[in-house]
Design a protein around this ligand. Structure first.
Ligand code: F6R
Length: 265
């Protein structure tokens, strides 16, 4: 894992934007996996700000979101479709016909959504870069603790902890869904590259378990240790429980030294 510790959440958003722009520079028709929630918001703001200048464009990009609630229509402001439109898609030059979420229309059997989503991802050539946030309990997507590390897109029951963390977004608690369709852990692991963003002290323990803990279904994000191209971007608060902090700083120094030595070659 490539662990980068930055001074604050703004710096994390800037580094995430740079990484994503780098991927699109190399492959303008890249397939992106996207997340919702609080964490990626600042990065989405930056992407909106830079979109379309210097030829940076989402015109040929396809996106697949990690998850969507069951029981909310796409027009419901709390649906993840509405979030993505509000926070990103409506402000960039993406073809919204190429933006996908594991939505479960009322007439669709929820059990069919997962296999269909997997087939759609495959038909678009797989995900080039997957953006992830992390739950307090180490979830990625809505793969809650004890999710199979080999899971595929499917229905998940949210933990009470996740429901409580997200209740701030629902005025009427009765309207908050308890089920979602989420990409599975194996689906996420199929992405060619992964970028995990984490900010804030409340994520520090989940981040420690992800990077330094054993690989375990009790912390689903810990499976990322088995992926060969993961960038973890943390602010100081989210990095505050890491025990090998000196080592990560040492690696960062070495990277700067190597970049200095190779500059201009
Ligand atoms: C969102 C998602 C979740 C969030 C996680 C962190 O699509 O899949 O795993 O990334 O719950 O949420 P925030 O960023 O709100 O702390």
């Amino acid at each position: 894992m490539d662990v980068t510790i930055l001074k604050d959440s703004d710096a994390v958003a800037a580094a995430g934007t740079d990484l994503l722009r780098g991927v699109l520079r190399q492959k303008p028709n890249a397939v992106l996996g996207l997340a919702t929630g609080r964490t990626p918001l600042a990065m989405y703001q930056r992407l909106i700000a830079v979109c379309c200048d210097e030829g940076f464009s989402f015109r040929d990009v396809t996106t697949f979101n990690l998850d969507e609630y069951i029981g909310l229509s796409p027009d419901d402001p709390q649906s993840y479709r509405a979030y993505m439109k509000r926070e990103l898609f409506d402000h960039i030059d993406i073809d919204q016909g190429n933006t996908f979420l594991p939505e479960c229309a009322t007439e669709t059997d929820p059990l069919d959504v997962g296999p269909a989503y997997e087939a759609l991802i495959r038909s678009r050539g797989g995900i080039d870069l997957q953006v992830l946030g992390i739950g307090h309990n180490g979830h990625i997507g809505f793969n809650e603790p004890t999710s199979s590390l080999k899971s595929r897109t499917r229905i998940k029951t949210l933990t009470r902890e996740t429901i409580s963390a997200n209740k701030q977004y629902f005025k009427d608690p009765a309207a908050q869904p308890q089920l979602a369709v989420t990409m599975g852990i194996a689906t996420i692991m199929d992405a060619r590259r992964i970028m995990l963003l984490a900010t804030g002290k409340e994520k520090a323990e989940a981040v420690r378990q992800t990077i330094e803990g054993p690989v375990s279904a009790m912390c689903p994000a810990s499976i990322l240790q088995m992926h060969e191209a993961v960038s973890v971007l943390l602010d100081e608060a989210a990095a505050s429980a890491l025990t090998l902090r000196d080592y990560y700083d040492w690696i960062a120094e070495q990277k700067l030294r190597i970049a200095g030595n190779t500059e201009g070659r």
